[in-house]
Write a protein that binds this ligand. Structure first.
Ligand code: VGL
Ligand code: ZN
Length: 225
C-alpha cells in the first residue's frame, strides 16, 4: 500500500473521549538530525495547529520523547556495526540505528518550534539499555508497559489521534498496540513521515495498520464542535 492510495475517512469529529498523541518530534528525527526522517520538519506547524485545537476544546495532548541512555543496544555503534544494518534480538531490531535521542542531548530535545505548551503529559520511552520501545504503550519486549494506556483510560479516553515520527516505526507500533489495548486509532496521514528502512517497510506498516482497523484522515478533515 502507498500513502496516495490509502482510503481516507471523509471527516472525523473530535469528541471528549479523544486524545492527541504527538510522537517523537525531536531534533534527531529532523532532516538535519542523527536519524533523519525526510520531511519531518514539514509537519511541525500543522501539528502545533492540531494540538492547539485539541487544547482550545479542552482536549488532552500527550507528547512522547525517544530517550535512550548512551550505549543503547539499538545503536549500531554498540555492536561495532554500521547504522541500518539488519539485526534482531529480543527487544532490538529489525535494523540498528545511528546513535540518536541520547538522554539530555540536544538531539533528544523537541524541535524548538514544537509548541510544548499544549502538552498535558510527556511520556519518555526507550530508556532501558537493552530494550527499544517503538510503541508509546509497550516496549519492544512486548511486556514492559509505559503506563500511557492506564493514564488515558483513567481519563476516559477511548480514541487516539496519532501523529509525528516515524510513521513506519513509532507511529505504526503505537497504532497497532493502541488497537490491541482497546482504543480506536486515527492517523492524520499528512502529519506523519516515514523512515522507510529497510526498503518496503512503510508499505508493510500501512498494510498491517489497515488490517487492524486503523483509520486514516487528512488533518484538514478533522473537525471540532
Ligand atoms: C524511532 C527508530 C528508532 C521512531 C525511534 O521514533 O520512530 N525510530 N527510534
Ligand atoms: Zn530510538
Amino acid at each position: 500500500m502507498k500513502i496516495e492510495d490509502l482510503r481516507l475517512a471523509p471527516s472525523v469529529k473530535v469528541v471528549d473521549s479523544d486524545v492527541l498523541i504527538v510522537v517523537d518530534m525531536q531534533n534527531d528525527f529532523m532532516p538535519s538530525g542523527a536519524l533523519p526522517v525526510e520531511g519531518g520538519d514539514e509537519i511541525i506547524d500543522p501539528i502545533n495547529g492540531l494540538a492547539e485545537d485539541f487544547n482550545r476544546h479542552g482536549g488532552v495532548v500527550v507528547l512522547t520523547q525517544d530517550w535512550h541512555p548512551p550505549g543503547h543496544l539499538s545503536f549500531a555503534s554498540s555492536h561495532d556495526m554500521e547504522p541500518y544494518t539488519p539485526y534482531s534480538s529480543e527487544g532490538i531490531g529489525p535494523i540498528l540505528w545511528p546513535d540518536h535521542c541520547v538522554q539530555g542531548s540536544a538531539g533528544a530535545d523537541f524541535h524548538p518550534d514544537i509548541n510544548v505548551i499544549f502538552a498535558n503529559a510527556i511520556i519518555r520511552k526507550g530508556f532501558r539499555l537493552n530494550i527499544d520501545s517503538y510503541s508509546v504503550f509497550v516496549e519492544n519486549d512486548k511486556k514492559t508497559v509505559t503506563g500511557l494506556s492506564g493514564y488515558l483510560k483513567t481519563l476516559g479516553k477511548t480514541r487516539i489521534f496519532l501523529c509525528g515520527l516515524a510513521l513506519d516505526y513509532c507511529v505504526f507500533h503505537s497504532a497497532m498496540d493502541g488497537i490491541g489495548m482497546g482504543f480506536e486509532v486515527v492517523v492524520p496521514i499528512d502529519l506523519s513521515r516515514a523512515v522507510d528502512a529497510p526498503p518496503g517497510r512503510l508499505s508493510e506498516a500501512l498494510d498491517l495498520m489497515i488490517g487492524r482497523g486503523v483509520q486514516f484522515v487528512k488533518s484538514s478533515n478533522i473537525v471540532f464542535q
